[in-house]
Design a binder for this molecule. Sequence first.
Ligand code: ZN
Length: 155
Amino acid sequence: MSCELCGRESRGCRVSVVDGVKMMLCPDCMRHGEEIQDIVKTPANVERAVLQRIRKSAPKDIYKGMEKELVSNWSHIIKEARKKKGLSREELGFKIEERTVTISKIENGDLRPSDKMIAKLEKELGISLLEEVKGVSASHHSSAGMTLGDFIKQE
Ligand SMILES: [Zn+2]
């Protein structure tokens, strides 16, 4: 490898920048230019990497804060709300487009309603079947900076 500035053959030649031009320079000529390695490690780049990391984690934390879980006595709440409205299981099933047997299973606690069904039941019966899970959110917050994958691996 030969130096592009003085033309001397040298094993220590490295890529450097002289007046904005990339050149192979021997150690003697190196002082005329800036080493590429130093340019890559400028604080601006490090700062950008940190910012990207912060931005990536932000939406996940917002989602975690809104995490909701089905209330424990959902079957009871649905049954009571339906009775209050004076609806039979058939009538409720017709309104939310679900089969009567599905309504029966939900009211008996044999079937956990899907998210879509929960939304329909809440709207039709004027009830709230979801509650924020504070315990789960707290444990998630303690693992700040970890990805969901890390979280699963740990368990
Ligand atoms: Zn040289």
